[in-house]
Design a protein around this ligand. Structure first.
Ligand code: ATP
Ligand code: MG
Ligand code: MG
Length: 564
């Protein structure tokens, strides 16, 4: 069984609970719907949804949609689906924009208290007021801070009524510019943005900022523990400042470390460039680290949750090596998926006799877990092995197939010894191998995977093997930028791979109930058809598959590989 709860039992998250040991715990996951979620968000989802679930509470999925410029329908849908895919059910899906009326009224209240003013300064001037380039010069306020409440109200309503163009006026909180915390230096609360909003249409031409909106929405939803990432640590001050002035219910913000993975690019702008330039197949290309990409590749949601739990939650940001993520996935798949034989680059081996033609071999789906059951493979006189398992010239330190050399075929009645081979003179590739059974009873040094002929049930498929999209571990820092760091071998396609007939049953039974927790997670999609291709790696069915054509993605290799 997977453990996804130990992160709540000790350490940071346990301390956070002890600070406010209430029931029910109410949390929120508040993505900005301006892009697809990425691996870092999986941590945020696991932390927020998991924390509430662990303490018997519930979680809002709140679309933080206060920035109409960058929101698109596609993202709303994808975010919701991804949360469910990870096994969490939002208590309600809410939108910050649902509260635009209330937020506006509270902004007027703040003005009436003398705690906000309409400012007309430009960015450069504001920067100077806040201490200049390095924040080293003395801070000061502009004359707008001295306007009367009436004047501020009048101007704020004029902002609302469209009488100012963007940047001509904005509402600022009147905080404490002498405090060393920059989040206290008269932050923006509302700005003019002449953009229609996804949900409120043309109703508003002013929109509240994150700093103004987030804390208040947390209060409206009675959030008990508002968990966010450490870059918001200083924002806790303005969070509490505003809530104390404007609302009764006081939520509590606490901050945990961000998760990122070495060698992956997560910034939306960079991802867009990779997509637009056709370098990858789309936002869900298996080489990316958006959650839709990780899902498509075949990584089970349970493995992601296990990964986050294993890393634990502290207040420091962490950059995790890709190999560590892959190791968790591998370990998870090792326990949960059936095994099959898959040959990426098939070469026919014609056996001496048809003695075993049509014989059913009974093969377990997992040598370690009998509960997974078994399936049949039909033997045939012609079998296929992988090109990389044959050498035209034998050598002493080589233990697979070569003329005169014997190798075991996994699950087959006898090992085989190659006798001769033919070659295509133009391509230089071996086209056929002839072999005999080795009935000596000697156990061969190596067993290789093979599949019977298509007439005996094997299926053609396209197999896509993925490697890191970038050559270096730090593509963003690469000389010439991340686009100069592309790995030419990030995707290797085997168009004529063959998978044994057991694939049909794996497909029918997916997702495998033996997979801990897997039965409720990620049901239905092609990616839940997963198996270990013996000696090749873990695979899942790609969404490009059709009734006539199977496409497989390699999720991870069997062992940590040298290739990069
Ligand atoms: P990005 O700029 O990478 O999209 P973000 O902070 O803008 O990240 P939001 O959509 O605002 O993303 O994030 C929703 C929630 O997810 C926030 O609470 C945020 O703190 C959290 N989050 C975002 N990125 C990470 C990460 N790498 N690790 C952990 N939590 C994250
Ligand atoms: Mg954000
Ligand atoms: Mg974001």
């Amino acid at each position: 069984p997977i453990d996804t709860d130990s992160m709540f039992k000790q350490g940071f998250l346990n301390d956070v609970y002890k600070e406010r040991p209430v029931k029910p715990v109410i949390t929120r996951f508040p993505p900005e719907p301006n892009g697809h979620l990425h691996i870092g968000h999986a941590k945020a989802i696991a932390v927020n949804f998991g924390f509430a679930r662990y303490h018997g509470g519930y979680t809002y999925l709140r679309m933080d949609d206060t920035n109409p410029e960058s929101e698109e329908e596609e993202y709303f849908t994808s975010i919701e689906e991804t949360v469910r895919w990870l096994g969490f059910e939002p208590y309600k899906i809410t939108y910050s924009s649902d509260h635009f009326d209330t937020l506006y009224a509270l902004a007027e209240k703040l003005i009436e208290q003398g705690n906000a003013y309409v400012c007309h300064c430009d960015d450069q001037e504001v920067k100077k007021q806040r201490g200049g380039e390095k924040g080293a010069s003395p801070r000061y306020r502009c004359e707008h801070a001295n306007q009367s409440v009436e004047e501020n109200l009048k101007k704020f309503r004029a902002m609302r009524d469209g009488e100012y163009k963007p940047r001509e006026a904005f509402l600022r909180m009147k905080q404490d510019i002498n405090d060393p915390n920059p989040q206290n230096w008269d932050l923006a609360a509302y700005r003019v943005l002449n953009k229609p909003h996804h949900r409120t249409g043309d109703k508003w031409v002013i929109y509240p900022t994150y700093d103004f909106t987030h804390c208040l929405c947390d209060s409206f939803e009675k959030i008990t523990h508002s968990l966010c990432t450490v870059e918001f640590f200083l924002s806790r001050t303005s969070y509490e400042w505003l809530n104390q002035r404007l609302v009764e219910y006081q939520p509590m913000q606490r901050e945990y470390g961000r998760l990122s993975i070495e060698g992956s690019v997560l910034s939306k702008r960079k991802l867009k460039e990779l997509v637009d330039k056709g370098i990858v197949r789309g936002w869900n290309d298996p080489r990316l680290h958006t959650l839709i990409a990780i899902r498509r590749k075949g990584v089970p949601p349970g493995a992601i949750l296990e990964f986050v739990n294993e890393l634990g939650v502290t207040t420091t940001n962490s950059i995790i090596q890709m190999s560590r993520f892959e190791q968790t996935i591998r370990r998870y798949l090792e326990r949960t998926v059936p095994r099959l034989m898959l040959v990426l680059d098939p070469v026919p081996v014609v056996l001496e006799s048809s003695e075993f033609e049509g014989t059913d071999l009974t093969v377990p789906f997992s040598p370690k877990n009998p509960a997974m059951g078994d399936h049949k493979i039909k033997f045939s006189q012609t079998v296929y092995i992988d090109r990389s398992d044959f050498r035209e010239v034998d050598s002493k330190d080589y233990f697979r197939l070569a003329p005169g050399k014997t190798v075991g075929l996994l699950q087959a009645p006898f090992p085989i010894t190659a006798t001769s081979f033919t070659k295509d003179e133009t391509t230089g590739l071996v086209t056929e191998i002839k072999a005999v059974f080795d009935r000596s009873g000697k156990k061969p040094k190596t067993f290789i995977q093979w599949v019977p002929a298509e007439s005996a049930g094997s299926k053609r498929c396209e197999a896509r093997i993925y490697n890191s999209l970038f050559k270096s571990n730090n593509p963003t820092g690469a000389e010439g930028g991340f686009l100069s760091d592309l790995n030419p071998d990030s995707e290797i396609i085997y168009p004529n791979a063959l998978v044994e007939s057991g694939f049909d049953e794996v497909r029918k039974r997916a997702p495998w109930p033996e997979a801990a927790g897997e039965d409720k997670l990620g049901k239905g999609g092609p990616e839940s058809v997963r198996f270990q291709g013996m000696r090749v790696g873990y695979f899942a069915m790609d969404s490009d598959s059709t009734d006539d054509k199977i496409v497989l993605n390699r999720i991870v290799s069997l062992k940590e590989d040298k290739e990069k």
